[in-house]
Design a protein around this ligand. Structure first.
Ligand SMILES: NC(=O)c1ccc[n+]([C@@H]2O[C@H](COP(=O)([O-])OP(=O)(O)OC[C@H]3O[C@@H](n4cnc5c(N)ncnc54)[C@H](OP(=O)(O)O)[C@@H]3O)[C@@H](O)[C@H]2O)c1
Length: 298
């Protein structure tokens, strides 16, 4: 499967990205983790999304341990990671309170640690995980430039940033994405200018929890029930799955998002990838929107 450019001249990722957040919960052996990585790559989802804090700071290492069984796989994949949150954790006894840290020293240390844990010499993309009120844009841009010049990073971006926060850091260094939550049950980035900004700058957003973390299937909230019904009706019309329609709803957006799939099941990845070939028409897209808001568009 072809890779897509996240931003003009920016890093290239697979159009559907694999999320590694839940990897540590699956209780897999290194061989099982390797098999999962290989299956994702075979299906065409070659980009993997990590963060330093996933699995209580153990997730990147679990992935790297699997990759060490077949190091040649690295050249067939793209690795994304995030940093900037400091958790209280047995792995970090020095952290007394959960807080953010986007200092140059923390960024440099965390990137070096990610490279070691993931058993790689570079990250294809590094993101600031959450907006930090103490973020100094000049300091962050400078350290990002140094890490790119050293060959440790191919691109940089942010996650969960408002348009104004994105604008500030992007005024100092070109950001390649804003990784944000979006699904029919949380449409904030469609309303607050985040995706408009992405479209204006031709920066493709990455979408986390595209299935609302599974709540699209399991929640008994009225909005979830209405959305599930609308997705099911459209899925039957196209002879496809509910998950495929949920991903197609995201892929229809003109900011051209890249969904991040969080499932452990290859079938769920297949369903997400099938959405690349399903274009919802405007009326279908709106049926899902209306189901989510509980109203017709004015
Ligand atoms: N930047 C950020 O702040 C941020 C925050 C959260 C996540 N992320 C990234 O986004 C990725 C995806 O997030 P996510 O895991 O929340 O994505 P998701 O794809 O919306 O949710 C995945 C969850 O939904 C469940 N699920 C999928 N299909 C289902 C079905 N048919 N019925 C019931 N449950 C179903 C999965 O269980 P099964 O495994 O059993 O299928 C899994 O637990 C993460 O891995 C991480 O890389 C980033």
């Amino acid at each position: 499967m072809n890779l897509v450019e996240l931003s003009p001249g920016g890093p290239r990722l697979s159009p559907v990205v694999v999320g590694a957040w839940r990897l540590s919960e699956w209780g897999w052996s290194p061989q099982e983790r390797l098999r999962w990585v290989e299956q994702c790559i075979e299906l065409g989802a070659t980009s993997f999304d990590h963060a330093d804090i996933y699995g209580g700071y153990l997730g990147e290492g679990l992935f790297g341990e699997a990759l060490a069984l077949k190091p040649g796989l690295r050249q067939h994949m793209q690795l994304v990671s995030k940093l900037g949150i400091k958790l209280v954790s047995p792995q970090r006894p020095g952290h007394a309170v959960k807080h953010y840290d986007t200092s140059a020293a923390h960024i440099t240390w965390t990137v070096d640690n990610a490279l070691q844990q993931l058993r790689t010499d570079h990250l294809d993309l590094l993101l600031i995980h959450r907006p930090d009120p103490l973020l100094d844009a000049d300091e962050v841009a400078r350290v990002f430039e140094q890490l790119i010049a050293a060959g440790k990073l191919r691109g940089v971006g942010v996650s969960n940033f408002t348009p104004a926060q994105f604008e500030l850091l992007n005024s100092r260094i070109s950001l390649s994405t804003n990784q944000v939550e979006l699904h029919p049950l949380n449409r904030q980035v469609l309303d607050d200018g985040t995706l408009d900004q992405c479209q204006r700058l031709r920066v493709r957003p990455m979408i986390w929890s595209p299935l609302a973390g599974g709540a699209l299937f399991t929640s008994e909230e009225p909005a979830a029930q209405r959305v599930r019904q609308a997705l099911t009706t459209i899925a039957q019309r196209h002879d496809t799955s509910v998950a495929t329609v949920a991903h197609a709803w995201l892929l229809r957006l003109p900011s051209r998002p890249l969904p991040i799939v969080g499932s452990r099941r290859p079938e769920a990845l297949r369903e997400a990838l099938a959405a690349l070939d399903l274009r919802l028409d405007t009326a279908e897209w709106t049926e899902i929107w209306n189901a989510a808001t509980g109203q017709r568009v004015p």
